[in-house]
Design a binder for this molecule. Structure first.
Ligand SMILES: Cc1ncc(COP(=O)(O)O)c(C=O)c1O
Length: 368
């Protein structure tokens, strides 16, 4: 892309990626090397459900999200994406309806498109989904499930304010919920609130977790936790699709968590990401024209910038790209908002200020 536009480097705020300079490469490679003694076992066909060493660690990690589960309650997947795909395949037929949030993340929408299910959007604000609208959609469309990102939702960075109220609605209508908790541990202001699954007394919540944001997306490791009959179905599908996620990375990840490296890694990353979020929130009021609004993300990687009515997000995004700054325009998030997503995790203070100043100038120019 940058070659086509004749730009040497693009400062990209477009993707919700962790900072590569924080990747725990040395520790990870060292752990992989220590596994050489187990190589024959690791390189044999593994458990389709996932390496037991990792599933034990997942159970203890989930306890920190308020969820009680044993190692038998998970399937390790190739990222959250595969977990969502398995769940969608198990629960829907082409033409079925499911509910998503507006705005929502295109990675989720791509999965639904591949399975030919129809997403109906429920509006989400800083407190959570509009529950009246949610009930109307449930009654009208009889959806198969509601897919939500309760904690540090992308693109807004908001979290559910009253999770029990959402659970009351889904319990009333016996609607399954697919909880994507990929950002759950990336909390900047407070101890992370428990997962939605933690208050699920009727086994309606299917939990998806992963390590693409907290460690490195190249691990391609996620997991599903679901009630047993559904888990069995998902396991059959996982087996049919790939016979299991590669054991080497799973075992190294298990060692990484077991040895305390995951917690140490989060302790290192969270203050930096918090600082970057704060720099962004300081820069925005300095440079944005009147009529611009933005969210205050309590965690995760995304801030949602709603443009003044007169501006069009694609036009602003293209002008920014020509100057070497990438932001994501709102149209891919299944919304009519005129907005841009700003992913702030990968940039230092200087780049954040420079980029927001440039974006502000572009918007001021377009408003003239
Ligand atoms: C909300 C959300 N869910 C899922 C994914 C994809 O996760 P994974 O890399 O674990 O497949 C992303 C990636 O951006 C995401 O933002």
């Amino acid at each position: 892309m940058s070659r086509i536009l004749g730009i040497k480097t693009v400062r990209s705020f477009a993707y919700a990626e962790p900072d590569t300079s924080l990747f725990p490469i040395d520790t990870f490679w060292r752990l992989v090397a220590t596994l050489e003694g187990d190589a024959t076992e690791i390189m044999q066909y593994g458990s389709p459900q996932g390496d037991i060493h990792l599933r034990v660690e997942l159970a203890s990690l989930l306890r920190e999200r308020g969820v009680e589960a044993g190692p038998g309650d998970f399937i390790v997947t190739t990222g959250v994406t595969q977990g969502l795909s398995l769940v969608t395949q198990a629960l829907t037929s082409p033409g079925d309806t499911i509910i998503v949030e507006e705005p929502t993340h295109p990675a989720l929408l791509r999965v639904f498109e591949a399975h030919r299910v129809r997403p109906i959007a429920v509006r989400r604000d800083e407190t959570g989904p509009d529950l009246d609208q949610l009930e109307r959609i449930i009654v009208q469309y009889r959806p198969r499930f509601f897919c939500t990102i309760p904690a540090f939702h992308t693109p807004t960075g908001y979290s559910l304010a009253q999770p029990q109220r959402l659970m009351d609605v889904v319990q009333k209508h016996n609607l399954l919920v697919v909880e994507d908790d990929i950002y759950g541990l990336l909390s900047y202001d407070t101890v992370p609130a428990p997962a939605l699954k933690a208050i699920d007394e009727t086994d309606l919540v299917i939990y998806l977790g992963g390590f693409s944001k907290t460690i490195m997306p190249g691990l391609r490791i996620g997991f599903v936790q679901a009630p047993q009959p559904l888990l069995k179905h998902l396991l059959g599908l996982k087996q049919a699709i790939d016979l299991g996620t590669p054991t080497l990375m799973q075992r190294a990840l298990a060692q990484f968590i077991w040895g305390g490296h995951f917690k140490a890694h989060l302790r290192r990353c969270l203050p930096l990401y918090t600082e970057r979020r704060d720099h962004l929130l300081k820069a925005l009021p300095q440079f944005m024209p009147r009529g611009t609004h933005w969210t205050r993300p309590g965690g995760g990687f995304s801030c949602w910038l709603t443009l003044p009515d007169e501006l069009d997000s694609l036009t602003v995004q293209r002008a920014a790209l020509r100057q070497g700054f990438a932001f994501t325009p709102s149209d891919i998030f299944l919304t009519d908002d005129h907005a841009l997503r700003i992913c702030f995790a990968s940039h230092d203070k200087h780049t954040i200020y420079e980029s927001i100043a440039a974006l502000g100038e572009i918007m001021h120019t377009q408003l003239q």
